[in-house]
Design a protein around this ligand. Structure first.
Ligand SMILES: Nc1ncnc2c1ncn2[C@@H]1O[C@H](COP(=O)(O)OP(=O)(O)OP(=O)(O)O)[C@@H](O)[C@H]1O
Length: 607
């Protein structure tokens, strides 16, 4: 590099000296002054100034390359020279032209002259939504006979197509423009919404030369999901008009239990900001925070404190004999839940309900964080869990569902340790197992619910639920609400229906002719509902709904059985056809990356 000439040097020196004199008054200590002086007088710094000035001048001149094809010119020249004769000078020059370093230098020159180092991106399509402007990236890759070196898969929680893996050394990897987790929005202008990875492969197969991807980079997606998309399902009704504490009624949002709200701000401890899902109105409104709702619930006086009747200790060896399924379409055998209706069982059920009932200090949450789940037709159906107080009609509704469509609905085959009867079939009526096997499964938590009755174990195994779901059936499970947690995970994605009794008058009207079968053995023993049974049913239903409301997806009031069944059937049909299921956020596959990767790996499609 040429050294600074004297005039230039003087200019820089003068400038730096004036900087020095300007700072003199601010530097008290001698060493500070020396340090500054040596830094500003540093030769390298002066050279940097010089380079900067040169570049500025160069930029102003905007030089145009004299020659854009120096490499081809050199080879043409070499050819011409050879034809002139093979003198020593020509030999030396041709030798120089054929040197790889020289050739590369000319290629680089041409690339700079032609500006081919800059990727030529197509113009941004008009179709790109205004909202997406900041987040969408358009990437063009040139397709050769080799694949692009990436795999794609469908993100189960959002239904979008995402890049699953980038193969090292492939075209996608070399481009550095596509990354794992990027969401593919379009390929060559064709929207990928609702498309399966397979369809995208054929779309890519059809494209020649340049392939243009419209993508949402993974970083933006993460930002969007963490910053913007927090969804909560309301677990209570809220009407600002009935809330005297709301800071501004007009600025508040009314909602019903079950509504999904997008939370946009949680900064205020008392009032969050949210909007209704799919609300075209962009403006968010105020909603009570979880904390505020909890405080209000805590301040509420219990409506009526029902005094539990003194309960005689039941004479039995049952500990947890709960709801054991067992209605089979062939013969429609009654459920063992009916075993609970014997006097000792009812008493025990009552005592148990009170021990975990209204006196429990567990406060139900106000909102449940949810996430959208797009069910793939190949996925198993969601498990349907029916819960309700004993005698309300859970099994009756299950029986009717089974009869209505035996190919679609199914129930699990229970396990038992009792002797097989002559007319019973192994694996059809029961899975007959030894006591040691049963107890081992209890220890390994392989039962959703189990109990003892007449000295024998009965239980519904997790495997039996899995088996039925793998057969493509909608598994109907009746359990005590305390057992919901056993299946409350992304594997079963339970849809929980709470069957609720109507008011006492309607119970009197509708259950007039009902008899309970008390015992599995003595099928002739019958019992009508007493006033006490009805009261218990209503009280227990209230307790259950309060305590397990956050796990419940729908409530069916079982007054008229025909109406209740129709409602339940319509609801389950709707769930099955739903495009989006709002499921608890903790079920999201991504919460367990290894598992998600494992379960999705076979779905990746190579592009
Ligand atoms: N809406 C209704 N109207 C009239 N009878 C009903 C109605 N619902 C259920 N029943 C009858 O009430 C009785 C109890 O119903 P079911 O066996 O389904 O109760 P459950 O909720 O399963 O309770 P458990 O778990 O204790 O067996 C049955 O004889 C059933 O036919």
């Amino acid at each position: 590099m040429r050294m600074l000439n004297r005039t230039e040097n003087r200019g820089v020196c003068r400038l730096l000296s004036s900087v020095m004199s300007g700072t003199e008054s601010h530097t008290d200590r001698e060493e500070d002054y020396r340090f500054l002086h040596s830094m500003l007088m540093e030769k390298k710094l002066h050279l940097l100034f010089k380079i900067h000035e040169r570049l500025k001048r160069f930029e102003k001149r905007s030089p145009i390359p004299v020659q854009e094809h120096a490499a081809s010119l050199a080879s043409e020249l070499a050819e011409e020279l050879i034809n002139q004769g093979w003198t020593d000078e020509i030999k030396e020059l041709v030798g120089l032209f054929s040197q790889p370093d020289f050739k590369s230098l000319l290629c680089v020159h041409d690339a700079v002259a032609q500006r081919t180092f800059e990727p030529t991106l197509p113009p941004i399509p008009d179709t790109v939504l205004e909202d997406d402007e900041d987040s969408v990236k358009i990437v063009s890759l040139v397709k050769t006979k080799d694949p692009l070196g990436a795999t794609i898969k469908m993100d189960k929680s959002t239904g979008t197509i995402v890049v699953a893996r980038i193969m090292r050394g492939g075209a996608a990897d070399k481009s550095g423009l596509i990354h794992e987790g990027d969401e593919l929005k379009e390929v060559n202008g064709v929207s990928l919404e609702h498309r399966k990875p397979k369809e995208i492969l054929s779309l890519l197969a059809r494209s020649q030369g340049e392939v243009r991807f419209t993508i949402i980079p993974a970083s933006t997606r993460e930002e969007m999901s963490s910053n913007k998309k927090l969804f909560m399902q309301a677990l209570f009704d809220y009407d600002p008009n009935e809330d005297p504490t709301v800071p501004c009624k007009e600025a508040a949002v009314a909602f019903r239990k079950g509504d999904v709200l997008q939370i946009v701000s949680m900064e205020d401890d008392t009032w969050w900001q949210a909007r209704h899902l799919g609300d075209s109105n962009d403006r968010a409104g105020l909603i009570p925070s979880q904390q505020l709702h909890e405080r209000r619930v805590a301040l509420q006086r219990p409506k009526a404190l029902f005094k539990p009747r003194p309960v005689k200790p039941p004479v039995m060896d049952d500990v947890d004999y709960g709801a054991i399924t067992g209605i089979h379409i062939a013969g429609l055998r009654r459920s063992f839940r009916l075993g609970r209706q014997s006097s000792w069982a009812r008493e025990a059920a009552r005592s148990r309900s009170w021990s975990t009932g209204v006196h429990s200090s567990v406060r139900p949450p106000a909102y449940k964080q949810v996430t959208p789940y797009h069910r793939d037709p190949k996925d198993p159906h969601r498990l349907v869990v029916l819960v309700g107080p004993s005698g309300v009609g859970v099994n009756e509704l299950k029986r009717r569902l089974l009869l209505s469509d035996p190919d679609h609905y199914g129930v699990t085959v229970p396990h038992t340790t009792r002797e097989k009867k002559r007319q019973e079939n192994e694996g059809v009526d029961y899975n007959f197992v030894s006591i040691s096997m049963f107890e081992e499964d209890i220890l390994n938590q392989r039962f959703v619910e189990y109990g003892r009755y007449s000295g024998h174990y009965y239980g519904t195994s997790v495997d039996s639920v899995n088996k039925l779901m793998a057969e493509g059936k909608v598994c109907l499970l009746c359990v005590h609400p305390t057992k919901i947690k056993q299946v409350y995970n992304s594997e079963f994605k339970p849809y929980v229906v709470f069957v609720k009794p109507p008011c006492i008058e309607e119970l009197h009207l509708t259950r007039r002719r009902v008899h309970f079968v008390c015992d599995e053995v003595d099928k002739n023993s019958v019992r009508v509902f007493s006033e006490e049974d009805f009261e218990d049913m209503i009280t227990l239903a209230e307790t259950m709904e309060k305590q397990y409301g956050h796990l419940i997806d729908n409530v069916i009031v079982n007054g008229d059985i025909v109406v209740a069944f129709r409602e339940l059937k319509a609801d389950l049909d709707k769930v099955q056809k739903a495009e989006v299921h709002w499921v608890p956020a903790e079920w999201n596959c991504s919460s367990s990356p290894t598992k998600a990767r494992k379960s999705c790996s076979h779905l990746d499609s190579w592009i």
